[in-house]
Design a protein around this ligand. Structure first.
Ligand code: NAD
Ligand code: TYD
Length: 363
């Protein structure tokens, strides 16, 4: 099993990155040091890790930096003697990519390219044997494979067919990561995961948006006919899968991660209505009346479904949290974290960032 001393995590203040840092420090066998590099876009909230920053001062550092800033990332690599990169940072929302694709190309393609260049520079070109004490793990999505009809699955060797600016930019970064392995022998692994849900997810994505709109009595917008299918995975299961690959995955390989849990959007929303009704004492029909069919997303992918046989058979990973329990935990989390929701919604944490980070870094 690979061991690392100093892991650079990009995008650690976002949804999956913050859950992963929490997992690494609180649940995994990792004993080294973590540097979290995040530029704190609208989606990054350092408050999501405030308790961690406090509790693990010796082992956890936050650096507010943009992965597109090659000089700064180079310095960070040097300063912390990075031996592993786990790259989460991205623009991640499909709807935003439709209305403003430029940031997606910038962060997801150029930012990933910068990180690879820096890793290559610091780690050097090693032809053979591939070094097992260094790793660049790239977090990607099942959306690079395109859209499925009623049947079939995405496999690791399914031909890429991205259809939104988001998935196209992620596909481009996956190709670059593979190219750096084949051309320069940078030791890499890639994971392509299905839709995640759980605590700390920004309420623009389906599940947290629906929970908060139900609590606030706002319309529940369903794109198109509501019959698009996603394969949902609890974020904690994703974190375990990533760590398994980082420790034991084969260098140069891609692993699919999914929940084996296909849901039509409309069924998922009806189920959430039942859960929120139970939690708040409302009648489910009162919440279901909020459902509002709206015009479809442009180029809306119909169905995603991921085959995970490879990670199961090679690394012994499978999802542990069933959908019902995962949704209950997620609803309970949003119900008990009103302060986090208020901060995200008001942009209050952006002011906090200005006071705590921007002022300091301009001194
Ligand atoms: P998120 O939008 O919640 O978080 C992204 C984080 O990256 C934020 O903290 C943001 O501030 C940071 N960031 C953005 N641009 C940056 C830049 N230029 N420099 C430094 N930091 C920057 O995203 P997420 O849902 O946590 O997704 C994390 C990763 O997982 C992404 O690569 C995404 O493509 C992938 N992924 C997500 C899902 C999902 O369901 N959310 C599923 C599969 C894969
Ligand atoms: P989303 O959470 O944006 O993830 P992705 O597009 O990356 O799969 O959306 C999940 C599904 O829910 C997708 O089919 C689009 C649909 N959706 C709605 O119907 N209404 C909404 O308000 C949102 C945000 C998504």
């Amino acid at each position: 099993m690979r061991q690392f001393n100093s892991i650079l995590i990009t995008g650690g203040c976002g949804f999956i990155g913050s859950n992963f840092i929490r997992y690494l420090l609180e649940e995994s066998d990792f004993t080294g040091h973590i540097v979290n590099v995040d530029s704190l876009t609208y989606a990054g909230n350092p408050e999501s890790l405030a308790d961690i920053a406090d509790q693990y001062r010796e082992r956890y550092q936050f650096e507010k930096a943009d992965i597109c800033d090659i000089k700064r990332i180079d310095q960070i690599f040097d300063q912390y003697q990075i031996d592993c990169v786990i790259h989460f940072a991205a623009e991640s929302h499909v709807d935003r990519s439709i209305f403003g694709p430029k940031d997606f190309v910038q962060t997801n393609v150029i930012g990933s390219f910068n990180l690879l260049e820096i890793a290559r520079k610091h780690w050097g070109v090693r032809l053979s044997p591939i070094k097992e004490d260094l790793l660049f793990h790239h977090i990607s999505t099942d959306e690079v494979f395109g859209s499925l009809d009623e049947t079939g699955y995405f496999y690791e060797d399914t031909v890429y067919d991205p259809r939104s600016p988001y998935s196209a930019s992620k596909a481009a970064s996956d190709h670059l990561v593979n190219a750096y392995f084949h051309t320069y022998s940078v030791p890499i692994t890639i994971s392509n995961c299905s839709n995640n849900y759980g605590p700390y997810q920004f309420p623009e994505k389906l599940i947290p948006l629906m929970i908060l709109n139900m609590l606030e009595g706002k319309p529940l917008p369903i794109y198109g006919d509501g019959k698009n299918v996603r394969d949902w995975l609890y974020v904690g299961d994703h974190c375990r899968g990533i760590w398994r690959i980082v420790r034991q995955g084969k260098i140069g390989e891609t692993y699919n991660i999914g929940g084996n849990n296909e849901q039509r959007n409309i069924d998922l929303i009806n189920r959430l209505c039942e859960k929120i009704a139970r939690a708040t004492g409302k009648h489910p029909d009162e919440l279901k009346k909020l459902i509002a069919y709206v015009p479809d997303r442009l180029g809306h992918d119909r169905r995603y479904a991921v085959n995970c046989d490879k990670i199961k058979s090679e690394l012994g990973w499978e999802p542990a949290v069933d959908f019902d329990r995962g949704l209950d935990m997620t609803v309970a989390w949003y119900l008990s974290h009103q302060e986090w929701i208020d901060q995200i919604r008001s942009g209050g944490y952006q002011k906090w960032i200005e006071t705590n980070y921007d002022a300091k870094s301009s001194n």
